[in-house]
Write a protein that binds this ligand. Structure first.
Ligand SMILES: [Zn+2]
Length: 91
């Protein structure tokens, strides 16, 4: 069994760019080599589920250290799912 970090269950989330532009709504796709991560190739955007308490302290533009290494930049916290919150970020 994978831990919560590795789950990418449920529908693919809408891309954050498309979400705010109704005529350009499209969904993100699971990233092949990163379980639990969705990505949008067109907009260089990623999303993953993080604990709600972590999301509460994150603002747009904040650094977001990736569990697998490296650092990303917070775009926005999105919908709740799987007991956490969807976080959109750029790398
Ligand atoms: Zn997109």
């Amino acid at each position: 069994m994978e831990g919560q970090q590795g789950i990418a269950a449920g529908p693919n989330p809408f891309c954050d760019v498309g979400r705010t532009h109704p005529r350009d709504r499209h969904r993100m796709r699971p990233v092949a080599d990163q379980p639990g991560v969705w990505g949008c190739d067109r907009h260089d955007l990623f999303a993953r589920v993080i604990p709600k308490e972590d999301a509460a302290s994150l603002e747009r533009g904040d650094p977001f250290p990736l569990p697998e290494g490296g650092e990303a930049t917070v775009v926005r916290a999105g919908d709740e799912r799987q007991g956490g919150v969807l976080l959109y970020y750029r790398t």
